[in-house]
Write a protein that binds this ligand. Sequence first.
Ligand SMILES: C[S@@+](CC[C@H](N)C(=O)[O-])C[C@H]1O[C@@H](n2cnc3c(N)ncnc32)[C@H](O)[C@@H]1O
Length: 294
Amino acid sequence: MRDTVASTESRSRSNSHSSSFALVDHYARAAQRRLSNFSVLNVLRTFPQFIPYSEGSYKARSKLTVQAINETIPLLSELAASVGKPKTPVTEIVDFPDNDEQRQAANALKQHFDAQGSDKSNHHSYHHLYGAILANREAMRSVIEIGIGTQHSDTVSYMVAGKPGGSLRAFRDFLPFARIYGADIDRRVLFKEERIETFFVDQTEPATFEQLARSVDGECDLIIDDGLHSPNANIQTLIFGLKKVRRGGWVVVEDIGHHALPVWQAVSALLPEHYRRHIVNEEHGLVFAVQRLE
Ligand SMILES: C[S@@+](CC[C@H](N)C(=O)[O-])C[C@H]1O[C@@H](n2cnc3c(N)ncnc32)[C@H](O)[C@@H]1O
């Protein structure tokens, strides 16, 4: 009998031990999962361009490094302004079309964006800008857009709503004689159809732009960056686009976060005068638009 009581007690002790172990294990795993969403960075090793090149504690130097990351680009823009390169003013996208022909083109283009499932006119209001740029529809010969549109959530900058290839088809339908080229990092969305061709590009890999430049004949009327939406990717696209755009043509970088204005003031200050620069405010962000004048 005593044996039985003892073994029952020991069983229940061991059950309660194993359930508390299971609980501890559960919480440990949950904590691990939460931690795995964060990176532990050594700031000094990760951002060598921005460290104070001086002696001091890790704590003090890492704080100064973060300050340098946040202040360096805005200060480049201030430096340019201080030596006589005035900051590019921010204008409104709705003011872009400046005559009736451009306004009509904008309205017509909006219908194409909406019909083809692009978010360029229902979420954004980019038709005002592209309507003005492309108003002379019959004269346009080629457009390149980086960012075809993927719905695969394993790709950064995937679309929650919106149809892959929607904007390419809208430009094709709007411009009767133009060839439309798309490029994307997600090979699953590449396609070919009437007057549309698409290619692989990774905006963080300059070599892939060289390949794209070889694949698309001649100079283009309009080059759009609607891809990764990070400043380095944008600037790679700009380097490619400014070489590939015809005289009078445009390079447009979409979806810039408002907080990144100083980056684009600095980029604008770097470009020579024969590129007309616009920083355009739109409800969900900024657009950087450049027209090549000569
Ligand atoms: C917002 S979607 C483009 C939407 C489309 N232009 C439209 O208006 O319907 C952004 C696209 O950028 C692509 N992308 C993300 N990172 C990229 C990279 N490093 N290089 C090229 N494309 C990239 C994504 O795969 C995605 O298809």
